[in-house]
Design a protein around this ligand. Sequence first.
Ligand SMILES: [Cu+2]
Length: 447
Amino acid sequence: MLIRRSKLTRREFLKWSSGLMAGVLASRVFRRPLAKSGEIALAASPSAPSAVPDIHLAATDGWIYLPGQVPIPGTSGQYYNPDPWAPDGLTTYMFGFRNVTGMTTQQMFSQKMHSQASAPLWWVNELQDYRLRLSNLGLQMRPDLIDEHTVHWHGFRNAWPVFDGEPHSSLAVPIGRSLDLFYKPRDPGSYMYHCHFEETEHVHMGMTGMVFVRPAQDGNPYTHNGRTFTKFAYNDGDGSTGYDREFTITLTDVWAEAHWDDAHVQLPDWTSFRADYNLMNGRVYPDTLAPNGNSETNPWAYDANGYLIPPPGRPELQWQPLSSLIEGESGERILIRLVNLSFFTHTMSTPGLKMRVVGKDATFLRSATADFTFETSHYIFGTGETADIIIQLPTVSTTTKYLLHNRDLRRLKNPGINGLGGHMTEIRVHPTGTLAPQTIPNTNPRP
Ligand SMILES: [Cu+2]
């Protein structure tokens, strides 16, 4: 410590304090473990996971398509949605993730400003070692924001907070850096994940998605009600959660003003929150019925630039790849994994079909002594909750359509458009022989 007899001159004070500020900033931007290697080494892990991640996610911003118009109050002909700064065909500014697994470094960095909604779907087997790499590409529209990002697997019981993605008790990923997270899931069921950095903004702006855990029982045949299943929602021991096809439905919402504010360097007042759009898997009805991006055999394929390939004839849905269309054959059982990552409680209905709720928040609703599974035609669930629902499809000889929709009419419209929108999709039951077996969730393959 330097001992000085004279007082600090103003110039010296400024020099000293700016040096301190630079030091504080540097320690904030370049956290030491990250700056050293670019990622945390996991050499001490007992099962020594490979250096190649099972999934590699990139966090960035982007644009999606939402139909209808949200006018800016007090103006004529100006709109929060479509945002006038949106690229051709797109309307709405987002934050989000992309699945960049297997991409070259150049392809990965090309995904800046190409996030998708909802975030990429991924799944893990019970007790499987799973390694997720998160890279932060920065926000193209907001170079003034040096926001970090995380992946928080909501509901996952981490042994160590460093993998929890909750930045106040662990760490987050600065721009241009990567971080590896390690999981060994023990509890099958449906979960959600989201960025936890400045979460009011980052969650609402679209950094939300679904992850689920397949039970160890999968692959073993169990017969239930005369049918043999090899795929199950939980380790039921009797095939009662067996299913033929599975579909994930993630509910979110978009407040158009906040998205416009973030694109136009304005500060949203979150206390004024309202949902202009109610999304299923990142789309609104009737776009929820449009096919997956690319194809039913590889919905998430990318081109030479690493860009998602849009559904046929729907170029504006390029960054919203996941369909919510549910198709099954006569007499089949389907599993619907429902996630509510919106800011409201919702009631989802399937008029004409009964839902059997077998799991809630990744917990099987049956123990050795009590059975809390139940049948209903409408299921009420709150923000941050999940449900595993089995639907026994009827026997049909011609294609029969049912709806899965929100019972709240306010959630069933798109702004400025007459007719139905928002939280709705169809369940189509076809005669036997129409579909091929399903290997990827949310796909409806033909033979
Ligand atoms: Cu974030």
